[in-house]
Design a binder for this molecule. Structure first.
Ligand code: ADP
Length: 622
C-alpha cells in the first residue's frame, strides 16, 4: 500500500467509524465490556483523589475526629468497592475478549470462504489479503488496532471530563486580595495560564504523533523486511529444505537478506537509523515538554495555596487532576493521531471485505431422489475466465448418461478442468446454460446443488486429523462406512498396518504417533472421502496421477465396484485410464471434438483420439 498517501480527516473518521460499527455489530458484548472497563478505570481514580484531598484538608485544618473518622471510612469503603467493581468488569472484559485475534481473523476467513470463487482467481484478492496481514503483523496496523484506540480515546475523554470537574475550582478560588500574589486572581492571568497549559498539552502529543508517523510512513519497508525475515529467517528450521540448505550453504543468502540494508531488526537497518534520528528526537522532545508542563502546574497550584486560596489537601487534588486532564488531552490528541494513521491501513481492509460477490444465489432445493437419476446437461456452454480474451470452453453440448461412466480426455490446457469447474458452479458460463433436471443450475441453492457431487480434485488436500475424520469430513461419523469406503478405494492393505486403524492420525502435526502417507495412498484416501459422501455424481480429476502403474491398474480394475450406480466422470490426459468408460469425450482447445467408446474412437484414424492414443501408447502398462 502506498502509505505516503494522505487522507482527509473526515474520511479518516468515516472509515474508522465504519470499522468500529462492524466490530460492534459482530462482537457487541466484547465492545461493551471493554468500554465499560476503560471508562470505569478512567473515572475511578478521581474518587480517591477527591476523598484523600478531603482527608488531608481535615488533617491540616480543624482536625475534627468524628468527621475524620467518617471520611476515612468512606475512603476505605469506596476504595474497596471500586477495586471489586473494577475486578468484575475486567474479568468480564477478558472473558468476552478471549481469542480476540481469532475473532478478527475470522472476519477475513469468512470473507474468503463466502466470496465467489472467481474472486479467488483474481490476484488482487490475494494481494489485498496478504497486504492486510502484513500490515497487521509488522506494525499492528489495521482492524486489530481499531478497538484499542477507540477504547483509549474514550478512556482519555472520561479522564479529561473527570479531571475538569475537579479542576474548575482551582481557577475560581481566589488568593487573599491583600497579598503580593493577588495577580493570580486576575482573569487575564488565569486565561494566560490556561492557554499555556493547553498549548503545552497539545505540543507534547503532536511531537509524539510526529515520531509515530515515521512508523506508519515506513510500513512498506517494515513489511518487506518482515517478508524477507519470514522467508529467510526460518530456513534452518524447515525440515523439507534442510538438505538443500546444507549442501548449497544457503544460510549465507539468508544472512545477506537478514542483515542487509533491508533489515529492520539490526543496527544498520533503515529503521534503526530513523530511531536514532527523527523518531528518537521527536519522542524525547514530547517527553521533555510534558515534564515542563508538570513544572508549570506545580508552580501555579503552590503559589495559589501560598496566597491562601485553598488548603494543603486541595494542592494534591489540583496537581493530580490537572496532570490527569493534561495527560488525558495529550492522549486524546495522540490516539486521534494513531486513528488517523491507521485509517490508511483500513483502506485495504475494506477494499478486501467489499470485493463484490456477483454470482446469482438461487433458492431452489434439489429434489432428493432415491434412484439417483439426476440429469445434467450442458447447453451451448462457452466460457472465458475473467480478464481473459480467449474462450477456455466453446459451445460445449453434453448430456450425462445417468449411471454411466464418462471420460473427459484431452491434452493439457484443452479445457477439462474448466468443464468440471463450471459443472460445480465455481464459475458461471459466459454463454449458454447448464441444466439440472431441466432447470438452470443457478436457480438452485448452492449448498444443495453441491450435495449431489463428490469430487476428487487433482490437488486435493488431506488434514492432520484422524484417518476416519479425513474420510468422513465430519466429527460424528459412521465408522463402518469409513472402513468400507477405504477398502473400496483400495486402501485396505495400508489400513491393516495402521497402529490405531481408522483412528490413526495422519501426519505428525497433532499426534506424535501420526503416520505419513505416500502420494498414491493420499489419493486413495481422497477417493474414499468422495465415496463416503455418497453423492450421485462422482468426479475424479486425474485420479491416478500420483499412483504407480500397479496401483493405477488396481484402481481401474475396481472402477465398476467403486462407482456402483453413480454417474462417474473421469478427467485424464492418460488415455489408458479411460478406455474402460462407457463414453469418452475428447476436448481440444475448449471444444468437444469427438465422442464415443474407446473402440469407436481409436478406429477413427483421422481423429484426435487416435493421435493421442498412439502418442501415449508406448507408456501404457495396462
Ligand atoms: P486442462 O484441465 O485440460 O488441462 P484447463 O481447463 O485447466 O485445461 O484450461 C483450459 C484453458 O483455460 C487453458 O488455456 C488455460 O490456460 C486457461 N485457464 C485455466 N485456468 C485459468 C484461469 N484461472 N484464468 C485464465 N485462464 C485459465
Amino acid at each position: 500500500m502506498n502509505s505516503n498517501k494522505k487522507m482527509s480527516i473526515r474520511d479518516a473518521i468515516t472509515i474508522n467509524q465504519r470499522a468500529f460499527k462492524m466490530l460492534f455489530k459482530m462482537y457487541p458484548k466484547m465492545i461493551i465490556y471493554r468500554f465499560a472497563a476503560v471508562i470505569f478505570s478512567a473515572l475511578a481514580p478521581y474518587v480517591e483523589i477527591y476523598l484523600s484531598a478531603l482527608v488531608i484538608n481535615e488533617l491540616a485544618g480543624e482536625r475534627d475526629a468524628g468527621r475524620l473518622k467518617n471520611l476515612v471510612l468512606i475512603t476505605l469503603l469506596s476504595t474497596a468497592i471500586i477495586a471489586l467493581a473494577g475486578a468484575i468488569l475486567n474479568k468480564l472484559k477478558n472473558v468476552y475478549s478471549a481469542g480476540i485475534w481469532y475473532k478478527l481473523d475470522n472476519i477475513y476467513i469468512q470473507k474468503i470462504l463466502d466470496t465467489d470463487y472467481v474472486n479467488l482467481d483474481n490476484t488482487e484478492t490475494s494481494d489485498l489479503l496478504y497486504r492486510l496481514y502484513q500490515n497487521n503483523n509488522s506494525g499492528g496496523w489495521g482492524l486489530s488496532r481499531v478497538c484499542t484506540y477507540y477504547e483509549s480515546l474514550f478512556s482519555a475523554l472520561f479522564t479529561v471530563l473527570g479531571g475538569v470537574a475537579l479542576t474548575v475550582s482551582l481557577f475560581t478560588k481566589k488568593v487573599d486580595g491583600s497579598s503580593a500574589l493577588d495577580f493570580l486572581n486576575s482573569p487575564l492571568f488565569v486565561i494566560i495560564m490556561i492557554a499555556i497549559m493547553l498549548a503545552v498539552t497539545f505540543i507534547s502529543p503532536a511531537l509524539y504523533n510526529k515520531s509515530n508517523g515515521y512508523w506508519a510512513k515506513h510500513s512498506d519497508t517494515m513489511n518487506l523486511s518482515n517478508r524477507l525475515f519470514g522467508f529467510f529467517g526460518y530456513m534452518g528450521s524447515k525440515k523439507d529444505i534442510a538438505a538443500d540448505v546444507r549442501i548449497y550453504e544457503q544460510e549465507k543468502i539468508c544472512e545477506k537478506h537478514n542483515c542487509d540494508k533491508y533489515d529492520t531488526f539490526c543496527s544498520k537497518g533503515s529503521l534503526a537509523k530513523l530511531g536514532r534520528g527523527p523518531i528518537g528526537l521527536y519522542s524525547a522532545a514530547s517527553e521533555a515538554v510534558s515534564v515542563m508542563f508538570t513544572g508549570i502546574v506545580y508552580a501555579f497550584v503552590c503559589l495559589k495555596a501560598l496566597g491562601g486560596a485553598f488548603g494543603l489537601g486541595s494542592v494534591t487534588q489540583y496537581i493530580a487532576s490537572v496532570t490527569k486532564v493534561s495527560t488525558g488531552i495529550s492522549k486524546l490528541v495522540a490516539y486521534f493521531g494513531t486513528m488517523y494513521e491507521n485509517a490508511l491501513f483500513l483502506v485495504p481492509v475494506f477494499d478486501f471485505l467489499d470485493i463484490p460477490d456477483n454470482m446469482y444465489q438461487g433458492t431452489l432445493t434439489v429434489e432428493k431422489r432415491r434412484d439417483r437419476k439426476y440429469e445434467i446437461e450442458f447447453r451451448n456452454v462457452s466460457f472465458k475466465y475473467p480478464g481473459s480474451e480467449n474462450y477456455s470452453l466453446k459451445n460445449v453440448n453434453m448430456k450425462f448418461e445417468i449411471g454411466k461412466r464418462l471420460a473427459v480426455v484431452g491434452m493439457n490446457g484443452s479445457g477439462k478442468t474448466t468443464f468440471i469447474k463450471l459443472l460445480c458452479r465455481l464459475y458461471d458460463p459466459t454463454e449458454g446454460e447448464i441444466l439440472l433436471s431441466g432447470i438452470d443450475i443457478r436457480k438452485y441453492n448452492y449448498a444443495e446443488y453441491m450435495s449431489i457431487f463428490s469430487i476428487v480434485f487433482q490437488d486435493f488436500n488431506l488434514f492432520a486429523f484422524k484417518l476416519s475424520e479425513n474420510v468422513a469430513s465430519k466429527v460424528n461419523y459412521d465408522k463402518e462406512r469409513v472402513s468400507e469406503s477405504l477398502v473400496k478405494a483400495g486402501f485396505s492393505d495400508r489400513l491393516s498396518e495402521m497402529p490405531n486403524g481408522i483412528d490413526t492420525f495422519l501426519y505428525k502435526d497433532l499426534d506424535k504417533n501420526g503416520v505419513d502417507v505416500s502420494g498414491g495412498e493420499a489419493q486413495k484416501i481422497a477417493i474414499a472421502r468422495a465415496l463416503y459422501k455418497d453423492s450421485p455424481f462422482l468426479i475424479l480429476d486425474e485420479p491416478t496421477a500420483a499412483l504407480d502403474p500397479i496401483a493405477e491398474a488396481e484402481i481401474y480394475s475396481k472402477l465398476g465396484e467403486i462407482v456402483e450406480d453413480r454417474t462417474a466422470i473421469y478427467i485424464s490426459h492418460r488415455l489408458s485410464s479411460c478406455k474402460f468408460c462407457d463414453e469418452i469425450c475428447v476436448f481440444h482447445e475448449g471444444a468437444v471434438i469427438q465422442k464415443g467408446t474407446h473402440e469407436s474412437l481409436v478406429s477413427d484414424k483421422d481423429g484426435k483420439y487416435y493421435e493421442l492414443w498412439n502418442a501415449q501408447a508406448q507408456y501404457y502398462t495396462v
